[in-house]
Design a protein around this ligand. Structure first.
Ligand SMILES: NC(=O)c1ccc[n+]([C@@H]2O[C@H](COP(=O)([O-])OP(=O)(O)OC[C@H]3O[C@@H](n4cnc5c(N)ncnc54)[C@H](O)[C@@H]3O)[C@@H](O)[C@H]2O)c1
Length: 384
């Protein structure tokens, strides 16, 4: 029963998702519990070093959470063989160059999504990591959410029968910064910084679709920019040069149709900010981030269509909640634990850079479909 230290270079964790989810809720939470218990009884104890550009922010973050090590010198951090894993959650466009430097320095890599702006860059990172025998992973946190876990359990139990269709509804209203400050950073709305709703969100949809419903084979997509002018963090106006709405239709290998409605200009009236509606011959379900409701064939009511009177049935009341039957931790932490097990015990890697490249294949197919106004096929993507 030994404790094995794992030095982790954490880059970009002064950002929103890096601080809250990766540093505090994942790496430090695991460390506070004495490390991740491994199959042989050992514990893997994460020891982070925070890396970024702003010394004041880094020092304050380290102090606030009792982290002993921080630096603005990424080269020095990468040169230290005692830190084996590189993690990045900074802005998207900078990630491929950083990841390549880390691989060159002999580090394993675990990266926020999207791992790169293009599929070709992701494939190049995959090849580089494989060539050096380094382990690689991309954050796939959404698969570990309670709502999606319930969907996965229903699917594995055969609840849906033959899968007919899936609908992903995602989004909320993002203020433009005129009177109310925007609740997303301005880089999200600039192409040069890796912005755009498709690049941001469709990598999630791809691993969710692959993981829960099977491979998508083709896509057609329409993009829109609902709010073309915004004000940034300093109140300066800027032009948005990316889409903030995307509507896509995918063919799945299993024969089902999958629809995605994603928008940052959406005043929400549904169960959650993300809902996934699954229709099958034997049953249907609607999952949000946490909750999930289901309706089986045997309890499916028989609605009648009568435009002369308001609908008589309470349509929401006809769905039964799917109970919480498994204990889950924070979804980012569960994703970290899965990757750390892959790193330390050679457990399976379901979150490889190849999976990340598949996400970017969908991103590029959506852009091509919109530009060329046609369906785009997505061939099977392999490492070779
Ligand atoms: N897994 C998820 O669901 C999820 C959710 C949100 C964000 N993300 C991803 O995480 C990343 C960060 O998103 P966020 O919402 O935390 O953004 P953020 O704007 O809050 O943070 C971005 C971080 O990058 C740093 N940064 C910005 N420009 C930089 C530059 N030129 N050089 C070096 N560092 C720079 C910032 O200082 C900050 O630390 C993005 O790639 C995003 O796609 C993933």
């Amino acid at each position: 029963m030994a404790t094995r230290r794992l030095g982790i270079i954490m880059h970009g964790v002064t950002g929103r998702i890096g601080t809250n989810q990766h540093l505090v809720n994942s790496v430090l939470a695991i460390a506070k519990e004495g490390g991740l218990p491994l199959a042989n009884g050992d514990r893997l104890l994460p020891d982070p070093i925070l890396v970024g550009r702003n010394p004041e922010k880094l020092a304050a973050l380290a102090r606030a959470h009792g982290v002993a090590r921080w630096t603005t010198d990424l080269d020095a951090a990468l040169a230290d063989p005692a830190d084996e894993l590189f993690f990045d959650s900074a802005f998207t466009a900078g990630r491929p160059a950083l990841a390549m430097r880390a691989i060159e320095a002999g580090k394993h890599i675990y990266l926020e999504k999207p791992v790169a702006p293009t599929q070709a860059e992701a494939m190049a990172m995959l090849a580089a990591a494989e060539a050096r025998g380094r382990k690689h992973g991309v954050v796939q946190d959404k698969l570990f959410l309670p709502g999606l876990t319930k969907l996965r359990l229903l699917r594995e139990q055969g609840f849906f029968g033959r899968l007919l269709s899936v609908r992903i509804d995602f989004g909320w209203w993002v203020f433009d910064g005129e009177q109310v400050p925007a609740q997303r950073s301005s880089w999200n709305y600039r192409q040069a910084d890796g912005g755009g709703l498709v690049l941001d969100m469709f990598p999630h949809w791809r691993y969710i679709v692959d993981g829960l419903f099977g491979r998508p084979t083709a896509v057609t997509c329409q993009l829109r920019t609902a709010q073309p002018q915004r004000r940034d963090e300093r109140g300066q106006p800027y032009q948005v040069d990316v889409e903030d709405e995307a509507r896509a239709l995918l063919d799945l290998e299993c024969g089902a149709a999958l629809e995605i409605n994603a928008s940052w200009a959406d005043r929400v009236r549904r169960d959650d900010l993300l809902t996934i509606t699954v229709q099958g011959t034997q049953g249907s379900a609607v999952a949000g981030l946490h909750r999930c409701v289901a309706q089986a064939l045997g309890t499916t009511p028989k609605p009648g269509w009568n435009v002369d009177v308001p609908v008589a049935q309470d349509l929401y009341a006809q769905w039964a909640p799917v109970p919480d039957v498994v204990v889950l931790k924070n979804s980012y932490r569960m994703a970290w634990e899965a990757f750390l097990r892959h790193l330390a015990e050679d457990g399976p890697n379901t979150t490889s850079l190849l999976a990340a490249a598949r996400g970017l294949q969908l991103v590029e197919a959506c852009h091509a479909s919109h530009t060329e106004r046609r369906w785009i096929d997505m061939p099977v993507l392999t490492a070779g």
